[in-house]
Structure formats: C-alpha cells, structure tokens
Unconditional design. Structure first.
Length: 196
C-alpha cells in the first residue's frame, strides 16, 4: 500500500526512475506526460486539446489535468498503491490531489524529488531529442519547461518539504546508481521517517 510521487525537472530522468522505483514497490507508475502524449498521438479530444500546450512546453490547464488524474486514481489497478510521475505540478493541483485522496480516505507516503544541475539537464535533453524525437525536446521549448519547473513546480516541492514528506535525491550520474539511491532513501524514509 505505497503511494508515492516523483517530481523532477525536464531531463532529470524522472520517467525512467519512476518505472524502476514503481517496479521495486510493486505499484503502477502513472505519468501524466505519457497519458497526454498517448492522447495526442491517438488524436482523442483530450489529445487535440492538450497538443498545443505540450508542443509549446506549457502546462496543460489545471481543470483538464485534474479531471484526468481524478478518473485515473479511481481505477482498480491503483487501489493498492501508485507512483504518480508529473503530477501535481502546480499549487492548485496539490490541493486537488489532497481532495481526491481524502475522498478515498487515502494519503501519500513520500514524495521523491530528483535534483540535477540545469547544465546536465540540457545535455540529457539534447541526447533524448536524438533518441526519441519528442516534439517538446527543442532548446527553446526545453528552456520554457525548465523555467516553469523553477517558477511553478518549485512551490509544489516546498509544500511537501513543509509537510516533512520530501525525499530529495541527487539525480546526476549513472541512471542505475540513481535508482539505487532513490530506492534505498525511500525505504529508509518509509521505515522510520529518516530523511537522506
Ligand atoms: P518533463 O518532465 O520532461 O517535462 P512530462 O512527460 O512529465 O515531461 O510532461 C510533458 C508535458 O506534459 C509537460 O510539458 C506538460 O505540457 C504536460 N503535463 C504533464 N503533466 C502535467 C501536469 N501535471 N500539469 C500540466 N501539464 C502537464
């Protein structure tokens, strides 16, 4: 019954780490970015609406995003636990998530924050642009997403830090080492609230 969030800037390897951490705790990883991208490529009504925000490196409006997460959190596979990747990203989304969980009498166990210097994030984004060809992996869009992270999502990190739930991980270096660091820090935290 583990409920986790993972927060990190664009290029921090958040999606990759989410999959490994979730596997370790035997919970599904739910990425709002992946859900939006799937909807965009399938040209669903949500995808058509969300595409322009994704392409611009802007946040999808809170009402659309909150409705999507609200539905997803009610699905059967997430009842035993989950790792949310990419949500919440704004203070409003934090409040919404609080309400969604309260209405199901559930609470979060820990929030993983991946940290890495901007210069390393930019290098990784350029690499990913070559490998995956994501439309939002261009230097201008990346910088916009990074600015948004520092300006908006920083607030989300501060809220969870204030609640004593934040487990901050050094997200630079080898991806396998980062996974190990993250898993052992979360386990320690869950066992006794010991922060790394
Ligand atoms: P990254 O961490 O590299 O920014 P994500 O896959 O998490 O990538 O998100 C990609 C895009 O999806 C974001 O730039 C944004 O447009 C949209 N998105 C994802 N999650 C949210 C959210 N919680 N609120 C608003 N927009 C979101």
């Amino acid at each position: 019954m583990t409920r986790l969030l993972i927060i990190g800037p664009p290029g921090s390897g958040k999606g990759t780490q989410a999959v490994h951490i979730a596997r370790h705790f035997s919970i599904p990883a739910v990425s709002t970015g992946d859900i939006f991208r799937t909807n965009v490529s399938n040209e669903t009504p949500l995808g058509v609406e969300a595409a322009r925000y994704l392409d611009d490196g802007a946040l999808v409006p809170d009402d659309l995003t909150n409705a999507l997460v609200k539905d997803r959190l009610l699905e059967a596979d997430l009842q035993p636990g989950f790792l949310l990747d990419g949500y919440p990203r704004t203070a409003t989304q934090v409040t919404e998530l609080d309400n969604m969980l309260a209405s199901q009498s559930k609470r979060l166990d820990a929030v993983v924050e991946l940290r890495a210097p901007d210069s390393e994030l930019e290098q990784r984004m350029l690499q990913r642009a070559k490998e995956q060809g994501r439309k939002d992996d261009t230097i201008d869009v990346f910088r916009r997403r990074l600015d948004l992270y520092h300006n908006e999502t920083h607030e989300v990190v501060a809220v969870y830090a204030g609640r004593g739930m934040l487990v901050s991980i050094d997200g630079s270096g080898d991806p396998g080492d980062i996974t190990e660091r993250a898993i052992s820090a979360v386990e320690k935290f869950l066992a006794g609230g010991v922060k790394p």
